[in-house]
Design a protein around this ligand. Structure first.
Ligand code: NDP
Length: 309
């Protein structure tokens, strides 16, 4: 007997189990409370399971994180020493790129200025900028970041990308490593943060680094709030050093009602939904990885807890 245990308070168990079952004959898919024999549990599909969740499953072979971000998982002290994979899903990347495109185009076309003018019944002509004159910096060129950067380049923006290791992506001017970060920031009229939250990226966008952005830059964060010094960001937005921000993620979520960001005209807030796991397009990749793990083969989309992503 082989069992796959499912845990998520956000994702649909019935949808995931219905999509996976045809690809995993002989595997019982169930929720934790339905497991008959914990020794049969070889696979776990989980999003933010409670502490101690894995302890009863001594024969786990593979842990599938039900999302792209693994920061809530890799820092835990109760992780089993088995391969962990993340979702790799073209539709998730497309959904994220859609959000990023929306936010970048909104700034590149000065839409917030027109929204404000409309509220005052003011005819406010601003001559449109050509996309190639707008420099967009994408921090993080992983599965989601590289796709979004390429979509931005397709719109004609001057796209730069920054990552840990050097990348070579057609149409994107790539740089890597901390030594090039200040220069990268200083050339980003619109900055898009798409880094994972790890010990190396926590607080990476400090007050000092935010000050490297060109005056009046726009700031978009779709990855994790704790990568940015939120108090410094708020202050820069109040002073106009950073002109506008679109924020999908925060250092505390939900963002507390008393947070000053809520009341700021130049900030657009969305509640952490830039992209989500889409079972219909991710299930096959998950099933294939489970089959590989069952055969004792190497899995793809593996996460490295010591690296943090
Ligand atoms: P990946 O793990 O595929 O890629 C991460 C990228 O960041 C890589 O290019 C990596 O560099 C780079 N990176 C990591 N650490 C550093 C560092 N210290 N310095 C410079 N670059 C670094 O991530 P994804 O693209 O799939 O996703 C990015 C993040 O988006 C997720 O971690 C998650 O937090 C967030 N997310 C947010 C969602 C939302 O709804 N708001 C939904 C889904 C994801 P290298 O290529 O050299 O390894």
């Amino acid at each position: 007997m082989t069992t796959l245990v499912f845990y998520s308070e956000f994702d649909s168990y019935s949808e995931w189990s219905a999509l996976l079952a045809p690809h995993l004959p002989g595997v019982t898919i169930c929720r934790a409370e339905e497991v008959l024999d914990t020794n049969d549990v070889h696979f776990a599909l989980a999003w933010k399971p409670p502490h101690g969740f894995f302890a009863p499953y001594r024969n786990l072979k593979l842990l599938v994180n039900l999302g792209a971000g693994v920061d809530s998982l890799v820092g835990r002290d109760d992780l089993p020493d088995i391969p962990i994979i993340r979702l790799s899903d073209p539709d998730m990347a497309r959904m994220m790129a859609g959000y990023v495109l929306f936010a970048v185009l909104r700034y590149a076309r000065d839409i917030p200025a027109f929204e404000r003018a409309q509220r005052e019944r003011r005819w406010h002509y601003l001559h449109p900028r050509v996309p190639s004159s707008v420099r967009v910096g994408v921090m993080g060129l992983g599965e989601l970041g590289a796709f979004a950067a390429q979509e931005l380049a397709r719109q004609g923006f001057a796209v730069r990308g920054w990552s840990r290791s050097q990348k070579n992506i057609a149409g994107i001017e790539c740089s890597s490593g901390l030594a090039s970060l200040d220069d990268f920031l200083s050339q980003s009229d619109i900055l898009v943060v798409m880094l994972p939250l790890t010990p190396s990226t926590t607080g990476l966008l400090s007050q000092q680094r935010l000050a490297q952005l060109p005056k009046g830059a726009a700031f978009i964060n779709v990855s994790r709030g704790a990568i940015v010094d939120q108090a410094a960001l708020t202050c820069a937005l109040q002073l106009g050093d950073i002109a506008e921000a679109t924020l999908d993620v925060f250092d505390r979520e939900p963002l507390p009602p008393e947070d000053p960001l809520w009341r700021m005209e130049n900030v657009l807030i969305t509640p952490h939904l830039a992209s989500v796991a889409i079972p219909a397009s991710a299930a096959l990749q998950v099933a294939e990885n489970i089959q590989r793990a069952a055969r004792g083969e190497a899995v793809s989309n593996q996460v490295f807890p010591e690296r943090g992503y």
